[in-house]
Write a new protein. Structure first.
Length: 148
């Protein structure tokens, strides 16, 4: 029985292999040049930004999975005190993890709004956008008050 199944499966893959490569060989080779888009991100900023966003998303997913795992463990504890405590501790840890993830996101947003950092693209506004003075003239002979 196993030999018959193995021979059918191997025959199928062998047929598929020859069918695919027979069609590929008839295609002429062509040089394809792909130019980067005009608005392609450059530098390390977008990479770091994508990493930060990925970490927050993965942390949120892990919190959700841990919470569901604790809930299933709670439901299947069947009155066993040890399983019940384990499930309760797991759910408590998941809620604490959720608070940490939300707090990290809120702090990141607050810092971004306060200092003008866009964490989605990791760009920083120049200082000239924050002040009304375009240029400040400094007299080299007079360094300022209180400086000798």
């Amino acid at each position: 029985m196993n030999k018959k199944i193995f021979s059918v499966i191997s025959s199928f893959f062998l047929f598929l292999f020859f069918f695919v490569f027979a069609n590929i060989s008839s295609v002429s080779a062509a040089v394809i040049e792909i130019a980067p888009p005009d608005n392609a991100p450059s530098g390390i900023g977008p990479l770091v930004s994508a990493g930060i966003n990925a970490v927050i998303i993965i942390a949120g997913l892990l919190v959700f999975i841990y919470l569901v795992w604790g809930g299933i463990e709670w439901l299947t504890s069947g009155g066993d005190k040890e399983k019940y405590e384990s499930a309760r501790n797991r759910i408590t840890a998941a809620v604490i993890g959720l608070v940490i993830v939300v707090a990290a996101w809120a702090i990141m947003s607050l810092i971004g709004n306060f200092f003008g950092i866009n964490f989605k693209q990791l760009t920083i506004k120049p200082v000239s956008e924050y002040s009304n003075v375009d240029e400040v003239e400094v007299d080299p002979n007079n360094p300022g008050p209180g400086i000798n």
